[in-house]
Design a protein around this ligand. Structure first.
Ligand code: PEP
Ligand code: MG
Length: 756
């Protein structure tokens, strides 16, 4: 059974469109189950009906023409109850309804299972038989398993189908894909799809202007790969047996002009660019090989992929510079990285859409810092086919609207302009203090490192840096930066903000932050070797960094040092000891830096419970709410599948935040927050009411948080907090906070901010 399942899913996966995919499903299910009928009904959200889409054994003529309402028949029952329905005699069931014209009169036994993707019922998969019998347990289990696996494929094919279907008058449809709001704002522009290096499955389809030149270019790359393989064969020859050596000849013949190479050339001549043609041809062959029963042949898929990657690498290396960025570029990709953003010419990047990622992945944080409307986790979007499509990115709702009708674009453009105006008005608050209507002051600081536009931060009224992420200078290189290189970079930050304080966090790699030259491969990276755990195991890295920080602060004395991912007191004690040792060494060497203020990041649940002990030993605490939320709720901050569960308004998170503030104050130490939560207007009020002394956030959120705090009194904020702390669900808290913001007269433009 497992084998049949795998084969069906693979075959469906490689079907060119939804209709073909459904035909494969119904045909194969009949074969494998030895049943007479298999039918797929899909839900049409526009008419709210279940459409008879594909069948084996019933009247195929009616496919796409007949449909059932939400209350009609057994199909609706299965969908409504979201459970299988297994009947020996369907006609005896009270909900039985004979669908006219499809020819199901003769069939008595019925097994229907719902097709559910991300909690949405997409449709129903049905098998029927003339003979009266209940389908047995293993058949039912097979159908349930198959349907669960097919759901994602169907959702994807459906979305792709809508996008590319041609409607009345030859106009293609508008398609909306739902992702997660990563950074607020509206962008209207043109997609530019970027692919990962040497990853065949992420290459966009794109047309080429000069097929002849493109063919020549492809042939050049082909000859490079041929040479590489011949070279490889020569080196390996003495170590391999003749039959193993023959594999290189197979490789070479695959690349022959009348084999794969020729297929790619045909597609280029049809107008596709070389990378797209190569990826399409290679992926089709890979799928064919993967479908083989014979395991030797199946393994050959690996060889085809390897060849494809080699070729793609040459094509990508040579092509990178001729990428044309539209004036209003919306960068689209499976996983966007900082360097992909950096390649877009200045002034052209208006929006980002990433298939992977979630609200607090580092891409989203960076996008918010840069003020670029962003949608992440758009998992069902057929991204490789969107190159140069017109698109609207709604960074408030998480929607991506492709090929929008002109009226819709106009509406969104109006919204975007309103939003821009509102932001400009907020910026005018720059010089005003961040204080409540009754004069309570809160210090607002900025998170830097991902970008650091110092002038912009100061203009917005930043009173220092609450979190400088030092990973960035480490990421930009192909080796660890030297102590002197670090000192220069840190000095620049300290000078730029002087005399305001700059809080530098020691290196926080691991989790989702990998250094290309120091790979950490783990099954469970967020629970693995991360942050302080790495640097304490490598004192040479830690010492060089804190030495560089302290040296850079000489004569300025505005440095604060912060330790990430502390989960017990021993880590803190070791970290402090090393820091003092580094300080003594510097004094011995003739430098005269002051001992910096040192703080602990509270971002692991154990640190919440030990906040008092930790606070006693340091000068301040700073909560990293991004990680604290993920660890308290056991929800990966990067995983779009569980994004709905990642909610910093969860009562457990709010109570933990309050507990940390109380613990710090009980020890007479100040407490700040440097996670993204501080940039949420409602949360900013609650944090202020909890007694947080400093709120640190991305520069683009500063004026928003300030604006909100200036609208309320401390009594109002405390009342809201007291009420919220009594509630038991994140959704309810969100509702109450939204209502309160409305009552406080906070502009609605501010309220659709990213829900954290
Ligand atoms: C956090 O976890 O909240 C934090 C500020 O650190 P980072 O987002 O860099 O992990
Ligand atoms: Mg963190």
């Amino acid at each position: 059974m497992l084998d049949s399942l795998r084969r069906i899913v693979q075959e469906v996966n490689s079907a060119p469109n939804l209709d073909a995919a459904l035909d494969v499903i119904v045909g194969r299910v009949c074969e494998v189950m030895g049943t007479e009928v298999c039918t797929v009904y899909l839900h049409d959200p526009v008419t709210d009906r279940y459409v008879f889409m594909a069948t084996e054994g019933l009247n195929k003529e009616q496919a796409g023409k007949v449909s059932l309402s939400r209350d009609e028949g057994l199909v609706a029952q299965v969908a409504k109850r979201e459970e299988p329905l297994n009947l020996e005699a369907a006609e005896q069931h009270p909900s039985f309804f004979l669908v006219p014209g499809i020819g199901e009169e003769a069939f008595s036994s019925f097994l229907g299972v719902p097709i559910i993707h991300r909690r949405r019922v997409l449709g129903v998969l049905v098998v029927q038989q003339k003979q009266r019998r209940r389908f047995d347990e293993s058949e039912e289990a097979f159908m349930v398993t198959l349907s669960a696996q097919l759901a994602a494929v169907i959702a994807h094919a459906e979305a792709t189908g809508v996008m590319f279907q041609v409607g009345v008058g030859g106009v293609r449809g508008t398609a909306t894909f739902h992702g997660i709001a990563g950074a607020p704002g509206i962008a209207i522009g043109e997609c530019l799809v970027v692919s990962q290096t040497a990853d065949l499955s992420t290459v966009p389809s794109r047309s080429c202007a000069d097929p002849d030149a493109e063919v020549r270019f492809f042939q050049q790359c082909l000859s490079h790969v041929r040479e590489d393989i011949r070279g490889l064969a020569k080196v390996m020859a003495p170590q391999l047996r003749p039959e193993e050596n023959a594999l290189f000849d197979v490789y070479l013949s695959m690349l022959d002009d009348n084999a794969l190479g020729q297929e790619v050339i045909v597609r280029i001549r049809d107008g596709e660019w070389a990378q797209g043609a190569l990826s399409q041809v290679m992926m089709e062959h890979v799928r064919t090989f993967e479908r083989f029963e014979d395991s030797y042949l199946r393994e050959r898929a690996v060889d085809v992929k390897d060849l494809g990657r080699r070729l793609l690498t040459y094509l990508q290396e040579a092509a990178i510079d001729d990428r044309e960025y539209p004036d209003q570029t919306v960068l689209v990709g499976e996983e966007l990285t900082a360097s992909m953003l950096a390649e877009v010419p200045e002034g052209r990047l208006v929006g980002l859409v990433s298939v992977r990622g979630s609200v607090n992945s580092h891409l989203s944080i960076m996008a918010r810092a840069l003020g670029i409307p962003t949608v992440v986790g758009a998992v069902d979007m057929p991204f490789t086919r969107l190159d140069h499509e017109k698109v609207i990115v709604d960074g408030f709702s998480g929607d991506v609207i492709c090929n929008p009708a002109p009226e819709l674009s106009q509406q969104y453009a109006a919204l975007r302009d309103q939003e821009r105006q509102f932001s400009a008005d907020l910026e005018a608050l720059g010089g005003d203090p961040c204080e409540t209507t009754d004069g309570h002051r809160v210090t607002l600081m900025v998170n830097t490192g991902l970008i650091s536009d110092v002038g912009h931060s100061l203009k917005q009224g930043a009173e220092g840096v609450g979190l400088y992420r030092t990973e960035i200078p480490f990421l930009m290189r192909d080796r660890f930066p030297s102590e002197e290189e670090q000192r220069r970079i840190y000095r620049e930050q300290l000078e730029a903000f002087h005399p305001l304080p700059v809080t530098m966090r020691t290196l926080d790699i691991g989790g989702d932050k990998a250094l290309p030259y120091f790979p950490i491969v783990e099954d469970n990276p967020f629970l693995g070797w991360r942050g302080i755990r790495v640097t304490l195991d490598h004192p040479e890295i830690y010492l060089a960094q804190v030495r560089a920080m302290m040296k850079s602060s000489e004569g300025l004395d505005n440095l604060r040092v912060m330790l990430p991912m502390i989960s017990n007191t021993a880590e803190l004690e070791e970290g402090l000891q090393l820091l003092y040792r580094a300080h003594n060494e510097l004094l011995d060497e003739g430098f005269k830096p002051a001992v910096p203020l040192v703080g602990v990041m509270v971002e692991v649940p154990s640190a919440v419970y030990q906040a008092r002990e930790l606070a006693r030993q340091v000068d301040f605490l700073s909560v990293g709410s991004n990680d604290l939320t993920q660890y308290l709720l056991a929800v990966d901050r990067n995983n779009p599948r569980v994004a709905d569960l990642y909610h910093s308004y969860h009562p457990a998170v709010l109570h933990a935040l309050k507990q940390v503030a109380d613990a710090a104050h009980a020890e007479g130490k100040p407490v700040s927050i440097c996670g993204e939560l501080a940039s949420d207007p409602g949360a900013a009020l609650m944090l202020m009411a909890m007694g947080y002394d400093v709120l640190s956030m991305g520069v683009n959120s500063l004026s928003r948080s300030k604006y909100v705090i200036r609208q309320v009194s401390t009594a109002q904020a405390r009342q809201l907090l007291d009420r919220v702390l009594e509630l038991h669900s994140a959704r309810h808290i969100q509702q109450v906070v939204d209502e309160a913001l409305r009552d406080f007269g906070v502009s609605p433009m501010l309220r659709p901010a990213v829900v954290l």
